[in-house]
Design a protein around this ligand. Structure first.
Ligand code: NAP
Length: 299
């Protein structure tokens, strides 16, 4: 078994990006600028947004948090989004999910201008990604494809099983891995809460991706000998010995599974840092107008 070290790959990719940003700035351009809209006081969301802003700083991008109170009305949030769409100094922005329950997340995402949608959640960007056109690929699935490529993990003809069908992880990843691409050509099965024979499907996987948000859901007896295991889960579990009284674990029982598989992503230090890197790459693409200036005529 070997760890897929997402943390050091992320730092390596961020260093490369920092050099490109530096060259642009040295040539007299302003740095790329990312805005994160944060509604309410969800502690996990605050941490995620803070980490994203720190990563921007590391690569020389500027960033800003637009923090709004929990009671913000949907229309008021939409007004902010229209302003960000129109603001030429903003290359891209994200609306951190989840939003408070009185706000319709789908409606909000539809209001983000596709060319500034650096999370890649707008239907137009998902559609473009699905068709293999230039797009902003959602950060977590993108990060997973980059890890597979970097570690030369073959996907062609492999049986890939994805636990979870969310719009931000499982579903876009299933599209990418089944595409005719260097990280693709896999045969993909997507499992969800209504799936039957989940354990049997998992045992058949050459590449098993867990993205369901259930601590230690994947046990050793659900993993085929020599499989590649990608753990997307981020779960807090109580731990009286930890300084904060809890620790973060994935959806996979790492200690039990690690000796059975060929490659595995640890939690933390696996998929998470690559997700942040994906956002930075999308912001760079937005800054360079790579996606929408390369739109083929008629699309
Ligand atoms: N590392 C990172 O950078 C990163 C990024 C994003 C998310 N995450 C973490 O990844 C996890 C998943 O996130 P998400 O946003 O994709 O979650 P989500 O929106 O809650 O989706 C969970 C998915 O798991 C499925 N599911 C639930 N129980 C299941 C079961 N027993 N068997 C099979 N499928 C089951 C659900 O099925 P239904 O569709 O039928 O409900 C759903 O499709 C969370 O822990 C999250 O914190 C990590």
């Amino acid at each position: 078994m070997a760890d897929i070290d997402g943390k050091s790959l992320a730092l390596q990719m961020q260093e490369q990006l920092a050099q490109e940003v530096q060259s642009a700035v040295a040539a007299g351009k302003r740095p790329p600028h990312l805005v994160a809209v944060l509604v309410g006081e969800n502690p996990a969301s605050r941490t995620y947004v803070r980490n994203k802003m720190l990563a921007c700083k590391r690569v020389g991008m500027t960033s800003q948090i637009l923090a709004l109170p929990n009671e913000t009305a949907e229309e008021e949030l939409l007004e902010h989004i229209r302003a960000l769409n129109a603001d030429a100094s903003v290359d891209g922005f994200i609306v951190q999910l989840p939003l408070p329950s009185h706000i319709d997340s789908d409606k909000v995402l539809l209001h983000i201008a596709p060319e500034k949608d650096v999370d890649g959640f707008h239907p137009l960007n998902i559609g473009r990604m699905t068709l293999g056109l230039p797009s902003y690929v959602p950060a977590t699935p993108w990060g997973i494809t980059q890890m597979l490529l970097h570690y030369n993990i073959p996907t062609e003809g492999k049986q890939c099983v994805i636990l979870g069908r969310s719009n931000i992880v499982g579903r876009p990843l299933s599209i990418l891995l089944s595409q005719n691409a260097p990280y693709g050509n896999a045969t993909v099965t997507v499992l969800h809460s209504r799936s039957r024979n989940v354990e049997r499907h998992c045992r058949e996987a050459d590449i098993l991706v867990a993205a369901i948000g259930k601590p230690h859901f994947v046990r050793a007896d659900m993993v085929k000998e020599g499989a590649v295991v990608i753990d997307v889960g981020i779960n807090k579990i109580p731990d009286p010995d930890a300084p904060k009284g809890y620790r973060i674990v994935g959806d996979v029982d790492y200690a039990a599974v690690k000796d059975k598989c060929s490659w595995i992503t640890p939690v933390p230090g696996g998929v998470g840092p690559m997700t942040v890197t994906g956002l930075l790459y999308n912001t760079w693409k937005a800054y360079r107008r790579e996606v929408y200036h390369s739109t083929p005529v008629g699309v």
